[in-house]
Design a protein around this ligand. Structure first.
Ligand SMILES: C[S@@+](CC[C@H](N)C(=O)[O-])C[C@H]1O[C@@H](n2cnc3c(N)ncnc32)[C@H](O)[C@@H]1O
Length: 180
């Protein structure tokens, strides 16, 4: 049964969180956005090297219980509520291949793509031309299709890193917004 948004607990920082953390600790700039911020672990890391960091999450309940970061959090779908362009957007995607979205923290819908595609579609107009979108997906999803979708949304896409875990391979995607 689908959990009510008011019953969702923050996703605890996990292998995929730390995988993304390793790559964002060297990024710097003015404006950064963490979509699906959860505990705020990654947003807190970004706040060391960006002037303004915004975190969004679909669950207000999650945002009320931040573990690591407490300001500039907005409850909305992906980046839909934002009227700002960012130098960097990051997202540790809910990427599991599921028939339904029972747990918004992990379930991506069919092929693990439905939610990630919506997030990318929402992010695309909120990145400055030449800005970067770094997201984590997995071999458990149809990540090749997700990459094609990202390219069609106006990004130059490459796989920055992969990490083998026991039952899956994490994939870090770098998408650079095309200039026009
Ligand atoms: C895999 S967890 C990542 C949490 C945290 N960023 C981390 O790396 O530990 C995915 C997060 O995305 C949020 N989420 C799921 N769908 C979303 C959407 N459409 N818009 C915004 N946040 C969403 C979930 O509530 C959850 O906090």
């Amino acid at each position: 049964m689908r959990k009510k948004l008011s019953e969702v607990e923050p996703y605890p920082p996990s292998e995929d969180t730390f995988f993304l953390a390793d790559y964002i600790k060297n990024e710097k700039g003015d404006y950064a956005l963490d979509i699906g911020t959860g505990s705020g672990y990654l947003a807190a890391l970004l706040s060391k090297s960006f002037s303004v960091v915004v975190g969004t999450d679909l669950s207000f309940h999650v945002l009320k219980k931040p573990g690591y970061f407490t300001t500039n959090n907005i409850c909305c779908n992906a980046a839909d509520a934002l009227n700002q362009q960012f130098d960097l957007i990051i997202c540790n995607m809910p990427y599991l291949n599921t028939d339904e979205i029972l747990d918004i923290r992990t379930d991506g819908g069919r092929d693990g793509l439905e939610i990630p595609m919506k997030i990318i579609d929402s992010a695309k107009s909120r990145i400055k031309p030449g800005g970067k979108f770094l997201y984590v997906t997995s071999s458990l999803s149809n990540f090749k299709k997700l990459i094609s979708h990202t390219e069609l949304d106006g990004f130059n896409v490459s796989i920055l890193a992969k990490k083998k875990l026991f039952f899956e391979e994490l994939i870090l995607v770098k998408a650079v917004k095309l200039l026009s």
